[in-house]
Design a protein. Structure first.
Length: 103
């Protein structure tokens, strides 16, 4: 691992994966300083939840997304077999207001 703080300010990774002859690499661009929108939005949602006692987004959405991902991983481990998901029979109505953060 190289810490190149004065040369590169983004997140970068290069790895050699077992079974792959070529090096795999990617870069995650960070927004220019000073930009704390990504954490400010989360902090705002947490503050609203603490003040109101109600999650500022539909909790059902988190259940559905995490449940689907877990079921996909379980299926993959079991050789891509179909898995029944009765626990995901959750009613969900997307909110009228966008959940995209605006500061």
């Amino acid at each position: 691992m190289l810490m190149l703080s004065d040369a590169v300010n983004d997140f970068n990774i290069a790895v050699k994966l077992k079974g792959k002859p070529e090096i795999q690499a990617t870069q995650f661009f960070l927004s220019p300083d000073p930009n704390v929108t990504y954490s400010a939005c989360l902090a705002s949602k947490i503050e609203r939840m603490i003040e109101t006692g109600v999650a500022p987004y539909p909790v059902e959405r988190t259940l559905l997304v995490s449940g689907m991902l877990e079921s996909c991983l379980d299926s993959r481990v079991k050789g891509n077999k179909r898995i029944e998901t009765p626990h995901l029979e959750v009613a969900y109505q997307a909110p009228r207001e966008s959940q995209y953060c605006r500061i």
